[in-house]
Design a protein around this ligand. Structure first.
Ligand SMILES: Nc1ncnc2c1ncn2[C@@H]1O[C@H](COP(=O)(O)OP(=O)(O)OP(=O)(O)O)[C@@H](O)[C@H]1O
Ligand SMILES: [Mg+2]
Length: 553
């Protein structure tokens, strides 16, 4: 596979894995966010709904208490007692002591005449007959007014009760402190944006809202939007901002207690949660990306490595098949040539004998004949060497196992080549591991291999250089490497060096059989022969043979 194909595969695996892992993470995040948003909204709604209901009940209780104490005072005192302002002021004191929030107290007769008054305003002598509340209290017995300005020109509201004394009826009327009442209402507000106020049925503020609007001005919403009980709605406030309103009716459905709050207030918690969620998702995505890239790279690299190993193995198989076929053919040819060569040698010997006779010695072409015969002998000798090499190799194919001290074999081979190397100013260095045990192998064949490889290095270097021979053990294998700093093997020749008769040496200097024989020997010994070479830097041939311990004799 090409490296672009591996990159492609890696990209595809990463994309699919990331898509498959991101999708549920993002879906989960979004779903969770909306669920929590819904939950937050529900909770906030429920909360302000509860507050509104509770506060409306508190207001009802407040009014009931004030009404009850007013009625109790009216029932337990006579009209004559009450119009005595001294008595009235004592009653007023007791009422404030027991319940509080009363600003003033007055007694009005059935004609609307204010007969006695205790309080900070000058209201004595006023006639209320024309006031709408007067009619209401006379007909209904108890009356709680809306907030109004009245004679004192200040917003306030009153509680009035009618009393019967024989045939005569009169009214006890008290004003409630708008500040205390307003404060009670306002105490229902929640948070920074929360507000709480009362509006009447007509939508007029009965208390001061915290943020917008004033007492006795108009509420921005229609009170009809708030049905019986407690209602929560979302609408724009008077400042244009979106608000959540909870309204609960009190005072016999005359007043609406409203609690308002910006939804952003509860959203703040949600935003905090969202930020945490986003941070977790980003971290998750980052972790997924890193893990995916890392594991994919690991897997693809693994695949690439095993592909490379397989290719190498295949190449080795092809190489050994090819060499075996070539070997068969070459030895066949060598056999065929051997006989004619023998006959040629016989005949040239006979011709040499003939030339020794006198009649030929006197021949004018004697010198020519002799030279030709010598040349024939020289070249036949070369051919015989080749044939001998090939047949020798063929004959010795089966290794003869004996105890071999590999390091000693290497040293012996180097000894043989030392002079040749020194003549060419080539240094042969060794680094032989003492861990290598005696093995069962064929010493002569191994020596032939080392000899060929070291000679090749010397030939490749030519003059002035360095050859390093190393031996070491890796697990159950023994490795011998021969490294030279020669010219290296060009790429286009690298595939051919093991082929029989492949040589770059001058005619007559090399047969091109050396590496072919080495390869075949090592293969027969169950090992492998490979090389690495870079033009201009040098070549390393590496022999690896299995560590076979000799049988005990
Ligand atoms: N160490 C090396 N550095 C550079 N080239 C090398 C090296 N070893 C082998 N070769 C190349 O491989 C070719 C084949 O080597 P091989 O040993 O099979 O035959 P040869 O050395 O040419 O002939 P012979 O072994 O019969 O003397 C050599 O001719 C040379 O071009
Ligand atoms: Mg050689």
């Amino acid at each position: 596979m090409k490296s672009s194909a591996y990159a492609n595969l890696q990209r595809k695996i990463i994309t699919v894995t990331l898509l498959v892992s991101f999708a549920p993470l993002i879906i989960l995040g979004v779903t969770m966010y909306y669920q929590v948003a819904l939950m937050c909204k529900d909770k906030t709604e429920e909360h302000i709904k509860y507050r509104a209901r509770a506060q409306a009940q508190a207001i009802d209780l407040f009014l009931k208490e004030r009404t009850a104490i007013l009625s109790a005072m009216a029932d337990t005192h006579s009209f004559n007692d009450m119009i005595d302002e001294k008595n009235l002021s004592r009653v007023f004191e007791v009422m404030n002591l027991r319940a509080g929030a009363f600003v003033d107290l007055g007694v009005i007769d059935s004609a609307g005449q204010h007969l006695a008054y205790v309080g900070p305003y000058d209201l004595s002598g006023l006639n209320y007959y024309q006031e709408s509340w007067f009619g209401e209290v006379m007909s209904k017995g108890v009356y709680i007014s809306d907030v109004y300005m009245g004679f004192r020109q200040l917003p306030h509201f009153i509680i009035a009760v009618r009393c019967w004394e024989g045939q005569r009826s009169w009214i006890l009327r008290a004003t409630i402190d708008p500040n205390i009442f307003g404060a009670i209402v306002l105490s229902a507000q929640i948070g920074k944006t929360g507000d709480a106020y009362l509006v009447n049925k007509a939508g007029i503020y009965q208390t001061h809202p915290r943020f917008s609007g004033k007492i006795l001005t108009e509420f921005n919403l229609d009170t009809k939007m708030f049905r019986g009980g407690t209602t929560v709605i979302e609408a724009r406030g008077s400042l244009g901002n979106r608000l959540l309103y909870a309204g609960s009716w009190s005072n016999n459905n005359k007043w609406l207690l409203v609690i308002s709050q910006e939804p952003a207030e509860y959203m703040r918690r949600l935003f905090a949660l969202r930020n945490t969620e986003i941070a977790i998702i980003i971290f998750g995505i980052f972790a997924i990306i890193m893990t995916t890239i890392f594991t994919t790279r690991l897997a693809v690299n693994h695949l690439r490595d095993s592909d490379a190993k397989m290719n190498e193995l295949n190449a080795q198989l092809i190489q050994s098949d090819k060499l075996a076929a070539l070997g068969k053919m070459a030895t066949g040819v060598a056999h065929e040539i051997n006989n004619p060569l023998n006959i040629i040698i016989q005949k040239t010997g006979w011709m040499e004998d003939l030339l020794a006779e006198e009649e030929f010695q006197n021949s004018e072409n004697y010198g020519e004949y002799k030279k030709s015969i010598e040349k024939i002998e020289y070249h036949v000798e070369r051919a015989r060497k080749v044939v001998h090499n090939m047949l020798g190799y063929a004959r010795k194919m089966e290794p003869h196992l004996e105890d071999v001290d590999l390091n000693r074999t290497i040293n012996r081979t180097i000894d043989m080549l030392e002079n040749y190397a020194r003549d060419n100013n080539i240094d042969i260095q060794t680094d032989l591991s003492p861990d290598i045990p005696i093995i069962a192998s064929d010493e002569a064949q191994l020596q032939q291999v080392f000899m060929n490889l070291i000679s090749n290095s010397i030939d490749a270097i030519g003059k002035d250089g360095l050859i390093q021979v190393k031996s070491y053990r890796i697990k159950e294998n023994i490795t011998v490497s021969i490294t030279d700093d020669g010219p290296g093997i060009p790429r286009d020749q690298q595939k051919k060096v093991f082929d029989p008769f492949f040589t770059t040496k001058q005619t007559g200097k090399g047969t091109g059989l050396g590496l072919w024989i080495c390869y075949s020997i090592i293969e027969k010994l169950g090992g492998s022969l490979s090389f690495r070479s870079k033009v201009g830097e040098g070549t390393t041939f590496t022999i690896s043979i299995p560590l076979i311990v000799p049988e005990k004799k």
